[in-house]
Design a protein around this ligand. Structure first.
Ligand code: NZQ
Ligand code: ZN
Length: 388
């Protein structure tokens, strides 16, 4: 049964080949000082940087640059960005990049005027924001995280070997996001497929929880079918606009809070993946693919009916003459072959993890309570061992 909820999503999206044109209008809503945030330089090579800078200059903005945001942004970089934003009296933070750049921009937006240590306040104590928030806008260049329309922000602390996400409220969501599928064409295949699995994982995390009849699960099944279909096209033909635009739109819906409304959710694969990420600094989507099969096979006996439904409704497995368990297992096998066929990393060894790290990764894995089995620390370690 649907639980009680409030739903609102304040992010205005501009989608399509001409969507960057909307930036000129959007920036009129903010003051003169725009902090232009980007990553390691892909946007300079593919020309997006030049286009954005021209729009900002034509709009009479004073540009404060903050480049070099690394994948899996670090707490040190956050402190640096917060200082830049405050010192320059920034009116708008414009994130041009993937999830790392968008997440980092949101973290900076709530840290610039924070009187406490933002790592401690937001990522250790999970407190709400109690200071002025600088508005954020995004121009997305990498698809997967959903950061363009949510309040998520994930920061890595290498000294503490922790990678932690804070889900901020809708006052921290981007005010607007520009989504042009063509901006993602220059992504290396490794990043594209990692993003595809990140999307799949977001949907699965919200789907594999609860046993009630819930509209969100039907939406989730539709999103997964579209994603699987388009992923098979995109790996063969990366510049296929239809496939890339479907993947981009699916990513947004997978994690803009809608399909979690009124239902319980799991998120244990992300807890495992983030802890692997804290030790290896590996690409986020690959940390999820590398632990997923071991995790899902482990919890299948506790949620057999839902896994059987997944097999039938998403993978087209026929339940005829089979037990629910057999059907469920066939569904997971179908997912595994799809994962291998698009080129995902299927074990954590390939990401640089080793047996001697397992105790540390286990202790850095938060245990959630919304999945079909609340794991013990021993089970976490066992799943990680099976993922090696
Ligand atoms: O840094 P540059 O040079 O731009 O290169 C990036 C980076 O190396 C490259 N790239 C991005 N767009 C490109 C491009 N290369 C060529 N052409 C383009 N158009 O791709 C690499 C990866 O980028 P990144 O932003 O790190 O990837 P992603 O979007 O997967 O973001 C990952 C981060 O988001 C967090 C992850 O934990 C990780 O820290 N997440 C955020 C979430 C949220 N906000 O809700 C939820 C997710 O579960 C996730 O945890
Ligand atoms: Zn994710």
């Amino acid at each position: 049964m649907l639980g009680n909820f409030t739903y609102s999503n304040p992010t205005r999206l501009h989608f399509g080949k001409d969507s960057l044109n909307a930036l000129a209008e959007e920036i009129k809503n903010y003051g003169k000082n725009v902090m232009l945030v980007y990553g390691g330089g892909s946007i300079k090579k593919n020309g997006i940087y030049q286009k954005v800078v021209k729009i900002l200059q034509d709009g009479g903005k004073n540009i404060v640059e903050d480049g070099g945001v690394m994948p899996n942004p670090t707490v040190e970089k956050l402190y640096e960005g917060a200082k830049i934003a405050k010192d320059n009296n920034v009116d708008l933070i414009l994130a041009v990049g993937g999830g790392s750049v968008c997440d980092y921009s949101k973290a900076v937006s709530v840290s610039a005027y924070c009187e406490d240590d933002p790592w401690e306040k937001y990522f250790i104590r999970f407190e709400d924001v109690s200071c002025k928030i600088i508005p954020v806008g995004c121009v997305l260049t990498m698809v997967g995280t959903g950061s363009e329309m949510n309040g998520g922000s994930v920061i890595t602390n290498h000294d503490q070997k922790l990678k932690i996400g804070h889900v901020f409220g809708d006052n921290v969501f981007p005010k607007f996001s520009v989504l042009n599928p063509e901006f993602t064409y220059t992504l290396p295949k490794y990043q594209m497929v990692a993003g595809i699995y990140d999307i799949m994982s977001h949907i699965l995390e919200q789907y594999f929880s609860g046993t009630d009849d819930n509209t969100s699960d039907y939406i989730a099944e539709g999103l997964m079918k579209s994603l699987i279909n388009s992923s098979l096209v995109a790996v063969k033909d990366p510049c296929n606009y239809e496939a890339r635009s479907n993947i981009m739109w699916t990513a947004t819906w997978a994690l803009n809070t809608l399909i979690a409304k009124g239902k319980s959710t799991d998120w244990e694969v992300h807890m495992l993946g983030q802890s692997v990420g804290a030790y290896t600094d590996a690409t986020h989507g690959m940390t999820l693919s590398a632990v997923s099969m071991a995790y899902y096979r482990h919890i299948l006996p506790y949620g057999t009916q839902k896994f059987a439904r997944f097999a039938v409704n998403v993978w087209g497995v026929s339940p005829e003459g089979k037990t629910a368990e057999q059907t469920a297992k066939e569904g997971l096998a179908a997912m595994e072959s799809w994962m291998k066929s698009i080129g995902l990393v299927m074990n954590i060894t390939d990401l640089g993890a080793s047996e001697d790290m397992l105790d540390g990764i286990t202790s850095g894995t938060f245990i959630n309570e919304g999945g079909y089995k609340i794991l013990t620390k021993e089970e976490v370690k066992q799943i990680l061992k099976e993922s090696l």
